[in-house]
Ligand binder design. Structure first.
Ligand code: MTE
Length: 322
């Protein structure tokens, strides 16, 4: 069993910081400044590729595509990350969340963590900020549609929170739920989805060091359209696994239902690990467009995080467990 940490206890940085993914504050600011100057736009979602109009900046060919296996981390611009979003509770078009999410009341905010745990607890958002080691992590994000971007997040590892509530031996999965507040979220009036938005991870995926709960990006507090005040980020999975504006986290024994898997099980599996060799039933996943680049680049297994996460799936058939 891993050591159980109390909320007030600091986890040694050796335990939470895979060096490859960690940037010192100085490096981070430098990278962020460089990226702010880069005009780029990204999208991610669940519609067929290229079905959303892109601003002209992203269609102009710039640098040629990088060599295969390139893991470069040139940041997508702040403007693009905050104006081209998927948050269906605020509408189906990419610009809707930025337009409609301003009315979302994100304070006070609590997150209930319960289910198969010894210490169920409801956390005030502020306590999450003060109790757990906050970090900056720059991650690639690959959306199921074939776009990708690079985002500098702030947040903390989900494992810190889970250790604090002490999952029991029966807990095998984690279920996440987004706020359901139709007065402030006009998209909830659309009946095509089984609201509230739900997602899930296997417990070992949730405990992985790369899995974070984000509270901000580019050094600023998270905006509502990006999932304020708290959203999941799982960089080796398609973007729709990274559920926004979380109010409930439940430890469960069975694989939980998720919004997309319930809506279209053949198209959106529970695992949804980025995999160039497993096509979406309606399009290939072999390549992607990194917004701001000309052409397309090859998609990498587990979005380039293979070394870190492949062990989670040892012996598993990634085709049938898509
Ligand atoms: N979470 C909720 N609650 N509702 C959503 O519609 N969209 C998902 C994911 N989380 C979504 C969500 C999808 S499809 C993607 S690609 C990412 O959020 C987009 O995150 P971003 O808008 O911050 O780039």
């Amino acid at each position: 069993m891993p050591k159980t940490y109390q909320p007030s206890e600091k986890i040694p940085s050796s335990e939470i910081t895979p060096e490859k993914h960690y940037y010192t504050r100085r490096q981070f600011i430098k990278l962020a400044a460089a990226a702010a100057a880069t005009a780029a736009l990204a999208a991610c979602g669940v519609r067929p590729p290229e079905s959303d109009p892109l601003p002209s900046s992203s269609q102009a060919p710039s640098a040629s595509p990088p060599p295969a296996g390139d893991l470069s981390q040139e940041l997508t611009s702040y403007e693009d990350v905050t104006t081209f979003n998927n948050f269906y509770e605020f509408g189906l078009d990419k610009g809707d969340p930025a337009k409609n999410a301003g009315q979302l009341k994100t304070s006070p905010w609590t997150v209930e963590v319960y289910g198969l745990v010894n210490r169920p607890r409801t956390f005030a958002f502020e306590d999450l900020l003060s109790s757990y080691t906050q970090e900056e992590r720059i991650y690639r994000m690959r959306c199921v549609e074939g776009w990708s971007m690079v985002i500098p997040w702030q947040g903390f590892t989900l494992s810190q929170l889970l250790k604090a509530v002490e999952p029991t031996a029966e807990a095998k999965y984690v279920r996440f739920e987004t706020l359901y507040r139709p007065e402030e979220m006009p998209g909830l009036n659309y009946n095509g989805f089984p609201w509230p938005y739900q997602e899930g991870l296997r417990l070992d995926e949730a405990m992985h060091n790369l899995t974070i709960l984000s509270t901000g990006l580019y050094g600023k507090t998270l905006l509502p359209q990006n999932g304020a005040p708290l959203r999941l980020v799982v960089p080796w999975k398609y973007g729709f696994k990274s559920i926004k504006s979380i109010v409930k986290i439940e430890l469960v024994a069975e694989q939980p239902a998720t919004l997309w898997n319930t809506t279209a099980p053949r198209e959106y599996g529970f695992y949804s690990n980025v995999n160039p060799d497993v096509p979406h039933p309606r399009w290939s996943q072999a390549s992607e467009r990194r917004i701001g680049e000309g052409g397309r680049r090859p998609t990498l297994l587990f979005n380039g995080y293979e070394k870190e996460v492949a062990g989670l799936y040892a012996g598993m058939d990634l085709r049938s467990n898509y």
